[in-house]
Design a protein around this ligand. Structure first.
Ligand code: A2R
Length: 307
């Protein structure tokens, strides 16, 4: 059986299918020269020194849509196919973005704490919150998930703006400047890939443009936002609220962010439901099994699509 290197965790269902077709090796004990296939995830990826040592690898199958932790250009140069799991998680990540936005607007955590603490009975009605209806929402990265977010927000009657590298054939307003979009937006939702081209593009200037009544939602990668600038903006009141599923140095989250009352923080669970992870796991395994069968894959990343 071909040799598969497992990086990071996999589900029991994935393991059962993989064990029938591969000899699975763990990172602690394997011979790089014998590895034919790799399974990994968006967080762990494949370190550059490990990638260089895998001289016979054919496919790296990623469990997740983001693949910024794998050097896909280098893999493509060497004829290695990198695959990921697009589309099957669009709706779940979009739900997470909407959940964070609504939790910020309606102070869900504050009001939950108000009931639990007994304050409701002691102090009377909770302070009013803000309506999430009729807001101007700027989407940074109108791709597969960005479009699902726009669709899922429709009942709240938003005005949708978007910024990406190129404009799309969509009924929303394209902004070629991220700062200008932030200035016009009540909410900025980040859903671009990570990696060098988006590194800290949401900087102090963008956060200040979003403003004291503005809300930042990040369901993309922690690297997209300048976290130090975000903390400063939230502490000083230059930015109103932030709903974050991703952080710069996961799973470490700065104490300053955890102390702020105007944040809602999630442990990178954008796609983390039983149903969606099952679909992602199935596609991650299907890519490997299909390559074993006929040398093709289902969902190569764009850099490797020509291979
Ligand atoms: O390349 P374009 O014009 O289609 O724009 C893409 C946009 N994007 C950027 N926007 C601004 N500056 C950049 N440097 C930049 N790089 C890419 O992000 C596109 O509109 C969007 C990505 O869409 P998809 O490729 O369809 O990705 P998907 O499936 O929506 O997932 C997005 C990310 C993943 O990479 C994970 O990191 C995260 O969501 O979970």
């Amino acid at each position: 059986m071909p040799d598969l290197l497992q990086i990071g965790g996999i589900t029991d269902a994935m393991r059962a299918r993989l064990e029938a077709a591969f000899t699975i090796h763990q990172l602690e004990d394997f011979d790089p020269a014998t590895i034919d296939y790799v399974i990994t995830n968006g967080h762990d990826g494949v370190r550059p020194d490990l990638l260089a040592s895998l001289t016979n690898v054919k496919v790296i199958s990623g469990y997740g849509v983001g693949y910024d932790a794998i050097d896909a250009n280098e893999a493509a140069r060497r004829g290695i196919i990198v695959t990921h799991t697009p589309n099957v998680l669009n709706q779940e990540v979009a739900t997470t973005a909407v959940l964070l936005m609504l939790a910020c607007y309606r102070a869900l955590l504050r009001d939950d704490a108000y009931v639990r603490s007994g304050d409701w009975a002691q102090k009377g009605n909770a302070p009013l919150t803000r309506s999430a209806d009729n807001q101007t929402v700027g989407i940074l990265g109108l791709g597969r998930i960005g479009q699902a977010i726009a669709d899922k927000l429709a009942p709240w009657n938003p005005t949708i703006l978007y910024h990406s590298r190129s404009s799309k054939d969509v009924p929303y307003t394209y902004c070629d400047s991220l700062v200008d979009m932030a200035r016009q937006s009540d909410v900025l939702i980040c859903i671009t890939p990570g990696g060098p081209s988006t590194h800290q593009i949401v900087n102090a200037e963008v956060l200040e443009a979003l403003g004291p009544q503005g809300t930042l939602i990040n369901v993309s990668r922690g690297s997209v936002v300048d976290e130090a600038a975000l903390i400063e903006a939230l502490q000083s009141g230059k930015l109103g609220w932030a709903g974050l599923d991703v952080f710069e140095a996961e799973p470490k989250v700065p104490q300053a962010l955890r102390d702020l009352p105007n944040t809602v923080l999630l442990p990178h669970v954008g796609s983390a439901t039983v149903e969606t992870r099952a679909a992602m796991g199935a596609l991650t395994v299907d890519n490997l099994l299909q390559h074993l069968k006929d040398g093709t894959v289902i969902s190569a990343v764009p850099e490797c699509a020509h291979l």
